[in-house]
Design a protein around this ligand. Sequence first.
Ligand code: URA
Length: 421
Amino acid sequence: MITAKRDGGELGDEQIDWVVDAYTRGEVADEQMSALAMAILLRGMTRREIARWTRAMIASGRRLDFTDLPRPTVDKHSTGGVGDKITLPLAPLVAACGAAVPQLSGRGLGHTGGTLDKLESIPGWRADVPVPLMRELAADPKIGAVVCAAGADLAPADKRLYALRDVTGTVESIPLIASSIMSKKIAEGTAALVLDVKVGGGAFMKDIESARELATTMVELGVDAGVRTMALLTAMDTPLGRTAGNALEVAEAVEVLAGGGPGDVVELTLALAREMLAQAGIPDADPAAALADGRAMDHWRAMISAQGGDPDAPLPEARHRETVIAAASGTLARLDAMAVGLAAWRLGAGRARQGDPVQPGAGVELHAKPGDAVTTGQPLFTLHTDTPDTIPVALDTLRAGYAIGPDPVAPTPLVLDRIAP
Ligand code: URA
């Protein structure tokens, strides 16, 4: 199979079923799967191969079923970005509008943050929710949303393969990303799904054509598996909102739920909420009203409390702060998502290896965004960390990632395209 794919051949259905199963059971060695993953990255896969590979990954574990819930189920998945805290306001908002959101989420690795790491910065909040309780929370009209960790028995093939890809330079493959994400989302048992496919320097997909191909592939996989699926392509050249980190992002999400928060976070939250509600068959709900009148905040508080968290507890703060000031006046012309994500990661917000602890208070606060006028001496960024020895390297990373120019910068759209079946 390795040499067949290396030489540009197609893998048969039985071969795919066998290799995914044998790798999950430990019968195929990591070095062989790495070689196959690299061959797939370089040679690609046909639609048939991708569909079969996804099916085999779902079959490696358990498939949940929430079709008996009294409310329509719908979920959202982002392909990963910097400052992407959208799930935090979005899940309770969509629940407040009448849908059930049973979301299995992940932890961050590398420069992209993970929703569970962010929520775990809330004192007492627990990511582990047994499936019967998940069902109860999603069905409860006062809660309606549950964001938790996937059990070890959900797409275990992907757990092994993703960890291997992460250390073998084989993450950025459209067939492997599409099958990885969709195997987990199909196994999760949601009836409908909205994908937020990130495009740009801080995303896995750097250009719109590859993002469109990834989105189309995932939408087809979802629809074939009976999940109503659509995708938005959204910009990830600069971070979303004004924070990248764990507790810092929770605080910003709470601002959005309180009716404030940065414009881009509010815009994307509402755009995704409208798509999710349409997919769930509740197109007339008004998510902007549910945000403005406090219903989304009520659901957030109920959702956090139901998972052991205290929504009123002060969030953890890092012990050290360092502020970077503008060396010139002008317009912030560029602020790279990748640089901010890497700086936050180096400060302790992310992890280098699976299982490492993260610092809840670490991250980067942005006092200006591209297009904002800045004057010499004004604060541009504040770095937060418990480990001050990480500040110099985080500063170096950040300094290479922004520029102040003399000319105004035209605003760029956040939602770039919409891919429906
Ligand atoms: N997220 C996933 O779950 N899998 C990938 O391959 C990439 C992003």
